[in-house]
Design a protein. Structure first.
Length: 96
């Protein structure tokens, strides 16, 4: 079971995950890529990661953009699973 983040943990997310923002009980980010294909490759790679983490985002795609919203329903808020997913996404978004 994921661990719910406390207020201090949530406050630190701005430093730990600068490309993400907290909106209510969600961790939110918008990703831009060079093309639709690059956006789809990102989503496909994160689909695999989502299965490995057993944690699935709410996300949308419009051409070269992917918008992501994370929350953990099992804890009714943000958890360490959301942070792990966000970190994995950040690693995949950065060019090699």
């Amino acid at each position: 079971m994921p661990s719910r983040l406390g207020p201090d943990d949530i406050q630190r997310l701005g430093t730990e995950l600068p490309d993400w923002r907290v909106e209510g009980d969600e961790l939110v980010s918008d990703f831009s890529f060079d093309s639709f294909l690059a956006a789809m490759e990102f989503m496909n790679s994160m689909a695999t990661e989502s299965e490995l983490l057993n944690h699935h985002p709410t996300w949308t795609n419009t051409y070269n953009r992917v918008s992501v919203r994370l929350t953990t329903h099992d804890v009714d808020g943000l958890s360490d699973s959301d942070v792990a997913w966000a970190r994995a996404a950040d690693e995949r978004r950065r060019p090699a």
